[in-house]
Ligand binder design. Structure first.
Ligand code: NAD
Length: 443
């Protein structure tokens, strides 16, 4: 089948590559010329495991190509996927300007029937806005061309996006039209194994499903962080509590890890946008507001521990930071807790010497050249002569470090672990002071 995908970011590119991998002919459209040029050369502008090879393979097979020309995109695919960003507006609501710009481009260039599929995370009611925008643009041209709109939110996780797309837990399709549901079923057939994983529902429920999923996951994290803060004040160990509660199948072990707060391009903005939508419906979403407030506070917890340990004297110190990305296996720095930590350290007059396996270049792009930020090429290099070590991302390579070297290299033998990677008793045997979240010398 012929598909067009607007937006070549984490979602659009993975979607395009995976559909091409299944034999479809995909045209990706993006407004960012630099990205499109890179992609035409076979280079991925983002780090996502497996994506590079998949793109190269499908470019070589002629199944995926790239353009900045929206008209060419509208002409190409029966399916017109919208996978552009929906960043938070100033009031926390999802900014739909990119989504509606694509809808307008579709309306301007439509010449025959198309299925317009919204994959971006969008508030309930957006499908109606997309439809209205296309109709309005068609009307302005004096054209009357049939099209359908579908909601098909994406659930992939950065860092495991290819696997998530190729073998999804579920594919949610929101449509009131049985014909479009059948078209989507045919398109997703190679990924659904006997179709039992496709859940077809009305458009509004589909739009809300995506926010509900992210809000539930964010709630689990904030709940565990709240408990971690309590545990460390009560002399309990949150990691033992985690094991104790997860064994109840009604709770489960998934996604109940305490840490330095959630980040990324989805949870913070989606929780905010849902709370904002609630207010628009004259409803105060108290739990969602609390989930966000707890997370905001949690992002400061590691800085507070560092500041307290050094008795507020951080000026002139160098803190080594292991891990910058908001989670492992991605270079995505959006809303990463490491950013809060670094910015607070800088404000207190400290310097940061940081290492991340893939997010160093993105960090440099965001912060530019500055005297108080040094990005280095390895974990051991980061700790050389630093005052202390802070761990912000649970990359695999940080899980079994050489604690003797850490002790020898740091001016002050102290580790602040925002991801609870180590056993406190074990770390202390090396003569290190160990602060973690909800355990260790935590408060
Ligand atoms: P992204 O910022 O990585 O990519 C968005 C791309 O859209 C950019 O390359 C941008 O240049 C392009 N774009 C903007 N306007 C355009 C236009 N008019 N025409 C063509 N391209 C245009 O964003 P992302 O992380 O891929 O997220 C996209 C959407 O998917 C968001 O709504 C997000 O909430 C949702 N989502 C993201 C994830 C994730 O893990 N990143 C997961 C599920 C859902």
């Amino acid at each position: 089948m012929r598909l067009t995908i607007f937006g070549s970011g984490y979602v659009g590119l993975v979607t395009g590559a995976c559909f091409a991998e299944a034999g479809n002919n995909v045209l990706c459209v993006d407004v960012d010329e630099r990205k499109v040029e890179m992609l035409k050369r076979g280079e991925s502008p983002i780090f996502e495991p497996g994506l590079d090879e998949m793109l190269k393979r499908n470019i070589a097979a002629g199944r995926i190509s790239f353009t900045t020309d929206a008209a060419e995109g509208v002409k190409w695919g029966l399916f017109q996927f919208i996978a552009v960003g929906t960043p938070p507006d100033e009031d926390g609501s999802a900014d739909l300007k990119y989504v509606l710009a694509v809808a307008e481009a579709i309306g301007k260039n439509l010449t025959e029937y198309r299925v317009v599929v919204t994959k971006s995370t969008v508030p309930v009611g957006t499908a109606d806005k997309v439809k209205a925008k296309i109709l309005q643009t068609l009307k302005a041209r004096g054209a009357d061309i049939e099209f359908d709109t579908v909601s098909n939110p994406e659930f992939l996780k950065e860092g495991a996006a290819i696997g998530d797309f190729m073998k999804p837990d579920r594919i949610v399709v929101g449509t009131d039209n049985p014909r479009t549901a059948e078209l989507l079923k045919a398109l997703y057939d190679p990924f659904t194994r006997s179709r039992e994983r496709m859940i077809v529902m009305d458009v509004r429920s589909s739009e809300l499903t995506k926010y509900a999923a992210n809000a539930m996951l964010a709630t689990k994290i904030s709940f565990m962080n709240e408990l971690a803060n309590l545990a460390e004040r009560m002399g309990a160990d949150i990691e033992k509590v985690r094991l104790g509660i997860g064994s109840d199948p009604r709770i489960g072990y998934h996604f109940i890890y305490p840490g330095a707060g959630y980040g990324g391009s989805c949870f913070p903005k989606d929780v905010q946008a849902l709370a904002r939508s609630a207010r628009d419906h004259s409803f105060k979403a108290e739990l969602l507001d609390a989930v966000e407030a707890v997370n905001k506070r949690q992002k400061d917890v590691l800085f507070e521990k560092i500041n307290k340990h050094f008795e507020g004297k951080l000026s002139g110190r160098t803190i080594a930071v292991w891990g910058l990305a908001f989670k492992p296996n991605t270079d995505d720095m959006r809303e990463a807790p490491s950013r809060t930590l670094m910015e607070r350290l800088w404000a207190a007059g400290a310097k940061v010497r940081a290492y991340d396996p893939v997010a160093g270049h993105e960090t440099k792009r965001i912060y530019g050249e500055r005297g108080d930020l040094q990005i280095v090429k390895s974990g051991p290099e980061a700790i050389k002569g630093a005052d202390a070590l802070a761990i912000m991302t649970e990359w695999q390579e940080f899980r079994s470090p050489d604690f003797d070297t850490i002790k020898a290299e740091l001016k002050h033998p102290v580790v602040f672990d925002g991801r609870n990677l180590y056993d406190p008793g074990f770390v202390k045997r090396f003569g290190l002071t160990y602060y973690a979240i909800g355990r260790g010398d935590s408060v």
